[in-house]
Each structure stands twice: as C-alpha cells, then as structure tokens.
Design a protein around this ligand. Structure first.
Ligand code: SF4
Length: 471
C-alpha cells in the first residue's frame, strides 16, 4: 500500500503584492524530495482548514517586518487548524526574532539560504513517523549562508500572477508583473537594514539560467513586466547585466524594474544606458535621508549630494528613479523633514515617491546593527514583542506627533484614491504647521508620474488592521 506523502504547507503572510519566490523555490526543493506541498498566500487567500488539517510541517516566510507581524497574529489560528504540525519561520526576520518565536511554540527558525534546511526538517519529521512535529527540536543551523543549487521555482501552487501587484504606467494602463530574484543578501552593511544581521555582508547569486526559466514560466502566465526582488541588482553588476541582456534578448517587449543603491548607481553609471535599452523602466533606490548626519548614522555610504547625482544619472539614461526613505528617525528634526520635502520638490520627484515613504519610522528590531552605535540602545525603550522592535520616542514630541498625523493622512488619502501630488501638498502643509512656519506655495514643475507597481515598496511599515485580521 502506498503511503500518503508527508504534507508541508508554505505560507506567505505578505510580500508587497509579489508572487513570492521565497515560497516557489522551497516548493520546488520539497516536491523534488517527494513531499506534498501546498502554498497559501495570505495577501490573497485565507487560512484553509482543509489544507492545514493534516499538515506535518507548516513553514511561514517572514521576509519583512509587516509579514512577521501578520504571521505572529495568524499563529494561534494556524496552531488550531494544524494541531500536529511542526512550525517553522524562515526569512530575514526569523533569526532576529528567534527568542520570541520559540516562546510562541515555533520549533524551527531559519534564515539565509534556507532550502536545504527546510528539506532536512521535512525529512526528519517524515522519518519520525507518528511523532508529532511539535515535539521535535531544531538541529539545522539558524542561519545558513552556504551556496545552494537553485531549482527552477515551482509557482504552480500559488495564486495566479494576474491577481498580484501589477505595473501601472503613467498613462494609467497596467501590465501583469512577474517577480524574479537574481540574488539574495547584500555585500553592504547599512546599519538599519534587515538583510545585514543575516547575510553579514555576503550575497548569493541565483544562476542566470534558473532566473530565465523562472521568467519564462511567468511570461507564459501573462507577465509583460518583471520586477527583480534582489536587495541590490548591482551587488554583482556583471550578473545583473547578464540577466538584463538575457531578458531583453528572449523577450524584447518585456520591461523590468530593479533596486540599486545610490553608490552603485554612481559607480556603475556607465551601465545605466544599456539597462534602459534592455527595458528597465524604473529603479528603486534606498536613499533613506537627505541629511548627511543621518546617512552616517545609517552607514549608507552615500551623501546627500550623491542623491542628486543619482537622480541626474538615471534621468540622463532615461530611467525613472523611485527613491525610498526612512523619513522619521531619532535624529530627524522638523526642519530636516521639511528639507527632505523641499528636496523632492527641487528635484521634481514628488510624483516618484509613494506617500507611504514619507511616513516611515525607523524600526529597530532585535539584532539590528543600529544597536552597535555607541549610546543608541540607551535611548530606546525595552524591546516590545508586540511591535517586534525597540520603541523610541523623539526628543522633540512635535516630531512624533507629526509622524502620527502624516501616517493617518496618508492612510486616509490612499483609501480615498487621492493623487500623489495632493497627498504631498497635505504633508507639506502639515510639516510647516508643526514647525510654526507658513508653508510656501507649491508651484512649478513637481515632476511627472513614473511607472510604478500597484503596491508600493517598503520594508517596515505597520501592518494595517485589515492585514492583521484577514486570515
Ligand atoms: S540597505 Fe540596501 S545596500 Fe544597504 S545593506 Fe540593505 S540591501 Fe544592502
């Protein structure tokens, strides 16, 4: 008699509306080893009792803060629906929150190049036969950075590509977007970045033929744009350009977007025109601040003026730049926040910045390299397990109040479909009011809309009540 295959359920709480590589890649590995794998994407699906009831292993992917908060909120219900399952959290935010997760009954915590460890956990559980997975302790390393032999991601068990975030062009037309990863990790060590405590300055390449096979299967599903999720597409510029050329050669009409840091945009400026010719529509860049002191605290390795240079270089190449920011930090003053807004006006980038970027508050998770700044930890409150971080209060209460008011304004505006420039005008007025200043008239060319994804990029925003209750 044939034995029922051991059942693994992979869950994605949220990943910016992307069809997650981080589920599709482990799914391919686990299926190859004979596991019955189901995927659930809580951004589009609900926890399904039928799928979960006989699961032996439930693994939740936590690649961002928002996803971790949702996963923790969903855990009691998952335990109820999958009472015999061994619980695993994997992804950047799992090792950082290891102690807290273990306290919640999570048996395995994995970060980095996780696929071999996920297979190993599944195999040990399968070999245990009737022993319930909840009793098995972890023998796999919490962080693995060894090179893995990537498989073509198995996207069959995920919701259809067309139901995920799509590309929105300035004329309002949309394209189905696919999501590929050409590398994981990063060779830089920006202090506030969640990649750093796990990858510690290393990055790992996904071979170009695997990436291309993944792109091919998504183009067959209707993708006419590919969003590369690499933390930095130019960590390995040769590899990045190989991918861009291969994509363009195979699918000349398919466009793409990438994330590249300011320093790399300047160092590899000569590659930008070809990146554009290959179909790159926009580049997301973690600028974070326009204040050199704050940039030094974050160890960003670029200056405020480098940002101007990156804007000029991408414009020259015909690629739109979508800068992202950590708008509120303990070092942000009201004048500094106004200076950030003024710089966006000066650089004609008002339409290029999703309003949520102007609300982001510095998150200090457990294990953050920010805690290495002398005297910084002393300024923080005790770790808050609900927040999954160390809360902080600004020395100037007006800054915290402004952040709350702007967050509420942006949330309300997005719910009501208010245009970016009108949301910005509200933020402009509120920031000046908070500083007791008259807001100058916003006049002149504020910039034009740029191509964007229908769900904006961010890594540490608070989950909405709807996200925390949607499963
Ligand atoms: S912020 Fe970007 S460049 Fe800096 S460590 Fe993170 S991924 Fe790398």
């Amino acid at each position: 008699m044939r034995r029922t295959p051991f059942k693994v359920v992979l869950i994605n709480p949220y990943e910016l509306g992307r069809q997650p590589f981080a589920l599709a890649e482990p799914a391919a590995w686990l299926k190859r080893e004979g596991f019955a794998v189901s995927c659930l994407d809580l951004s589009l699906q609900k926890l399904d009792p039928e799928i979960l009831e006989d699961a032996g292993l439930v693994a939740l992917y936590v690649g961002m803060h928002t996803a971790t908060r949702i996963a923790v909120a969903a855990l009691p219900r998952i335990k109820q629906l999958a009472p015999k399952a061994h619980l695993c959290f994997y992804g950047l935010y799992a090792p950082m929150n290891e102690a807290l997760l273990r306290g919640l009954g999570v048996g395995t915590v994995l970060g980095g190049e996780v696929e071999p460890a996920l297979v190993s956990v599944g195999e040990r559980l399968r070999a245990n036969g009737t022993a319930t997975g909840t009793q098995m302790s972890q023998s796999e390393p919490v962080i693995s950075l060894g090179r893995v032999a990537f498989e073509v991601p198995d996207r069959n068990g995920l919701p259809k590509l067309a139901s995920y975030a799509h590309l929105v062009l300035p004329d309002g037309s949309t394209r189905v977007a696919g999501f590929a990863e050409g590398s994981r990790g990063c060779k830089h060590r920006c202090r506030h970045c969640p990649v750093v405590p796990v990858y510690q300055g290393k990055f790992r390449i996904v071979p170009a033929d695997i990436v291309m096979q993944d792109i091919r299967q998504q183009v067959r599903e209707g993708a006419t744009h590919i969003s590369f999720g690499d933390p930095d597409f130019f960590n390995g510029p040769t590899h990045g350009m190989r991918l861009a050329r291969a994509l363009h050669e195979a699918f000349p009409d398919v466009s793409f977007d990438v994330t590249i840091k300011v320093q790399h945009l300047i160092d590899h400026a000569g590659l930008l025109p070809e990146l554009r010719r290959c179909g790159c529509l926009f580049i997301t860049s973690a600028v974070e601040a326009v204040d050199d002191g704050i940039l030094r605290h974050l160890d960003k390795n670029h200056s405020s003026r480098d940002f101007d240079r990156a804007v000029a270089l991408t414009r020259e190449a015909g690629i739109a730049l979508a800068p992202t920011f950590v708008a509120f930090t303990p070092w942000t003053t009201l004048e500094g926040y106004i200076a950030l807004l003024a710089r966006l006006v000066e650089l004609r980038l008002v339409e290029s910045v999703p309003p949520v970027q102007l609300t982001i508050r510095l998150l200090v998770p457990a294990g953050s390299y920010l805690l290495q700044i002398p005297g910084f930890k002393e300024k923080l409150k005790a770790f808050d397990p609900g927040l999954l971080g160390y809360p902080w209060e600004h020395a100037d209460a007006r800054v915290d109040r402004l952040q709350q008011e702007i967050t509420a304004w942006v949330t309300r505006s997005e719910q009501n479909g208010v245009a970016r420039r009108d949301v910005f005008a509200g933020i402009w007025r509120m920031a000046h009011e908070a500083a007791g200043l008259a807001a100058p008239q916003l006049a002149g060319n504020l910039g034009s809309p740029i191509p964007r994804l229908s769900e904006p990029w961010y890594c540490c925003a608070e989950p909405t009540d709807q996200q925390l209750q949607s499963f």
